[in-house]
Design a protein around this ligand. Structure first.
Ligand code: PLP
Length: 439
């Protein structure tokens, strides 16, 4: 007989939909903290992998959800024009400077947004191939997974005709010292010998490759790459699902790279606690065909009212500036830890999208994979949740709510510092961490 929440969860919920790095129970949440079954409060430095953009129980979100239920018909906007869906589309178009003659499609998750974007691009351009990065994570349904290549997804084959290139990683260039040049050389080779570029419909980018290791590309890399692609008529899709909407200290992460995308996809934080995603793209792609991407409950008024409230709150509460300030505070704190702890090889990020790469040796850069799992577990034990990303699962990642306070950022550094110290000094055993499969 299963009794505790953890036992019931293990017995009744499928492992394939789970990521387990610590024995967290979630009874409730408030502000930027999760509340466990036993009442313990835990600072959520993951922000539900970026989905809790405004933390938990934000008054604006609660009020918007109430409005979505009581003042609108909440099931779907599929059969008619709904005020809350149209208003959100207008609002979203207003924050995408590239949107001139653009339209919006709503879905439920970043996964379906990228999936739908792919199909619409193929239909509109007639080009069936895509270009994406090794290490990319664009979603967990068949289409978006098939243009991804995160190690956790190697059970699924890439889509036919997918062309993949390495992400320019200044910490680990694929060859030589110039991470960007190595990728351009590879791209030139591919376009000459591997795949006619005129067959490629779009390049999918994450302007900061999060699940691949919170990689910040070298300056100018994405700008030049996208310009090279555009010369062949290849569209640029910027996946802003995890690192966009104020998190990078700007509305959009692609703005930090001076990239001009054709198509932008949103998810996670757009709903700030409710499921909603969006594609913003030119009319000729989005008007390809009626009934092309039907999902019944998309555009429902609860999700659209909450998303509108989230965008308004980001603007009115100065949360983009807060992301910059708290991000600098945390990265300064991590760099100070790096001076004391050899295991921290690199600290990187933009705004409140931050990673710190753990290595066993700063010269060889041997990934400290089990150590990263231990830091995550110890962090949880000490009172903060965050997870790890990266091709070697050795990069603890912080994507906290944009509402994180200065005091909470200090608390985060103190907990991480203690966790790293405990791991470096052998105070977390292999057995303790072995119970958590991670990803
Ligand atoms: C960059 C990126 N795109 C898309 C997705 C898929 O979003 P979701 O899991 O909400 O469907 C994720 C999820 O982690 C992501 O990080």
């Amino acid at each position: 007989m299963a009794n505790s929440l953890l036992e019931r969860d293990a017995k009744f919920l499928a492992g394939i939909g789970k990521l387990r790095t610590y024995p967290l129970t979630i009874k409730n949440a408030r502000g930027n903290r999760l509340i466990e079954e036993n009442g313990r409060e835990v600072l959520d430095l993951s922000g539900a992998a970026g989905a809790a953009l405004l933390g938990y129980g934000h008054p604006a979100v609660i009020e918007a959800a109430r409005r979505g239920f009581t003042e609108c018909a909440s099931a779907s906007d599929m059969f008619g024009a709904s005020e809350s869906a149209v208003a959100l589309a207008e609002q979203l178009l207003g924050i995408v400077p590239e949107a001139t003659d653009h339209k919006v499609w709503f879905g439920h998750s970043g996964s379906d947004a990228n999936d739908t974007a792919m199909r619409a691009i193929t239909a509109a351009t007639g080009r069936k191939r895509f270009l994406s990065f090794y290490g990319a994570y664009h979603g967990g349904v068949s289409g978006s997974m098939s243009v991804s290549s995160h190690p956790s997804q190697q059970h699924t084959l890439p889509r036919a005709g997918l062309v993949q290139i390495p992400y320019a990683n200044p910490y680990r260039p694929i060859s030589g010292d110039d991470a960007a040049k190595a990728v351009f050389d590879y791209l030139d080779f591919l376009f000459t010998c591997g795949c006619p570029p005129d067959d490629i419909g779009a390049l999918f980018i994450e302007p900061l490759q999060s699940d691949g290791g919170m990689l910040v590309p070298p300056p100018g890399f994405l700008k030049e790459l996208t310009e090279r692609c555009r010369a062949h008529g290849i569209l640029i899709v910027s996946d802003e699902v995890k690192v966009g909407l104020g998190r990078p200290g700007r509305w959009h992460c692609y703005q930090a790279e001076e990239v001009i995308p054709d198509v932008v996809t949103f998810g996670k934080g757009l709903g700030s606690g409710v499921p909603i995603s969006a594609i913003v793209a030119p009319r000729e792609i989005m008007d390809f065909q009626e009934a092309f991407a039907l999902i019944t409950a998309t555009g429902n008024s609860v999700s659209t009212c909450v998303a509108s409230a989230a965008l308004t709150t980001i603007e009115n509460d100065g949360l983009i500036a807060n992301a910059t300030a708290r991000g600098e505070q945390i990265m300064d704190g991590l760099r100070a830890l790096q001076e004391r702890h050899a295991i921290i090889g690199e600290v990187r990020g933009r705004g409140l999208a931050i990673g710190f790469e753990l290595v066993r040796d700063r010269l060889t850069k041997e990934p400290a994979t089990i150590e990263a799992a231990k830091v995550i577990l110890r962090g949880y034990q000490l009172g903060a949740t965050f997870t790890y990303v990266g091709m070697f699962s050795n990069v603890p990642e912080l994507t906290p709510p944009l509402t994180l306070t200065e005091a909470e950022a200090d608390e985060a550094i103190a907990i991480i510092g203690q966790a790293v110290d405990d791991v470096e000094n052998g105070r977390v055993s292999d057995d303790e961490v072995a119970a958590f499969a991670g990803w």
